[in-house]
Design a protein around this ligand. Structure first.
Ligand code: C2E
Ligand code: MG
Ligand code: MG
Ligand code: MG
Length: 275
């Protein structure tokens, strides 16, 4: 009996694994097609200046709605795009789209910057400065309006090649932000080694500052650290006014979150700019 159960269990496990592999394979196939046919869109989430309460910029966030699979969230397809190398093409697509769009908004009189997420993989070939330079030339966007968001892990691995590219891009005027700050590494040495402009405080700390004294202490500490290093601070995932007030008191520069708006289409963002 025990043997039989064991075998059944093994079968279960086995088919489960197979199914998972099939799902992943299918997802990769669909992803490849979607990249080739440019089935992605870019959504924009506004960032607000906490002194003026005005929109100071937008973060570009990829969206994929597949005919067969429905909406696939970036947390699922970005790692897959990294694994397959498709992130190169996808990354270029977002950069081009986002820079062209913010240039259009600027031409209609709204001065705002654009933040674009960059994967570690996009530094691997060493040509990111050339790619970005080309995009800026094509779109006519001035470099200082573009901020590239990196996670802490990017600055820890492959330091030499990454640093060289960040230095080149910084020399052009491109800005850099650390995304999801506080969730990566405890070695903060990179903060003084790299030329950075902002720290984005991870949503996991920001979400509960109104309810949890320790989270509030952490966020206050991060803002003090950033400010003393001459960095702007952007709070991610602000969902209520109580948190907003606490962030303002803490001296946080900017914030984004559902309190104002989720990431929206370019048309909807346009109406946020000119209500
Ligand atoms: P991220 O760069 O940290 O982006 C912030 C995420 O938090 C976005 O999720 C955004 O929709 C969500 N968010 C913003 N405000 C709130 C809020 O008030 N409450 C809650 N619960 N969530 C909020 P999204 O769009 O699903 O993206 C997830 C992650 O996928 C991003 O995290 C980023 O790491 C990655 N990603 C998205 N687009 C790109 C891209 O073009 N390139 C790369 N390399 N990664 C991307
Ligand atoms: Mg980001
Ligand atoms: Mg983030
Ligand atoms: Mg994130």
């Amino acid at each position: 009996q025990a043997k039989k159960m064991g075998r059944n269990r093994f079968c279960w496990y086995h088919s489960d694994m197979e199914q998972q592999q099939l799902d992943k394979f299918n997802l990769m196939m669909r992803l490849r097609v979607a990249v080739k046919q440019q089935l992605f869109t870019v959504a924009y989430q506004p960032t607000y200046d906490l002194k003026t309460n005005q929109i100071s910029g937008a973060e570009a966030l990829l969206r994929w709605s597949d005919a067969e699979l429905g909406v696939v969230p970036p947390d699922v397809f970005i790692p897959l795009a990294e694994e397959t190398g498709l992130i190169q093409e996808l990354g270029l697509f977002v950069l081009q789209k986002a820079c062209a769009q913010v240039k259009l908004w600027q031409e209609s009189g709204f001065l705002l910057g654009i933040a674009v997420n960059i994967s570690a993989m996009q530094f691997k070939q060493g040509d990111l400065p050339a790619v970005v330079t080309q995009v800026l030339a094509d779109t006519g966007l001035e470099a200082h309006w573009l901020e590239l968001e990196l996670t802490e892990s990017v600055l820890i691995d492959d330091t030499a090649l990454v640093k060289q590219q960040i230095d080149q891009l910084s020399a052009l005027g491109v800005r850099f932000a650390i995304d999801d700050f506080g969730t990566g590494y405890s070695n903060l040495g990179y903060l003084s080694q790299f030329s950075l402009n902002s720290l984005k405080i991870d949503r996991s700390f920001v979400a509960r500052i109104g309810h949890n004294a320790k989270d509030l202490a952490l966020v206050n500490g991060i803002i003090q650290l950033a400010t003393s290093l001459g960095l702007h601070t952007v709070a991610e995932g602000v969902e209520d006014t109580q948190s907003l007030v606490l962030l303002q008191q803490a001296g946080c520069s900017c914030a984004q979150g559902y309190l104002w708006s989720k990431a929206v289409s370019q048309e909807e963002f346009g109406s946020l700019l000119a209500p």
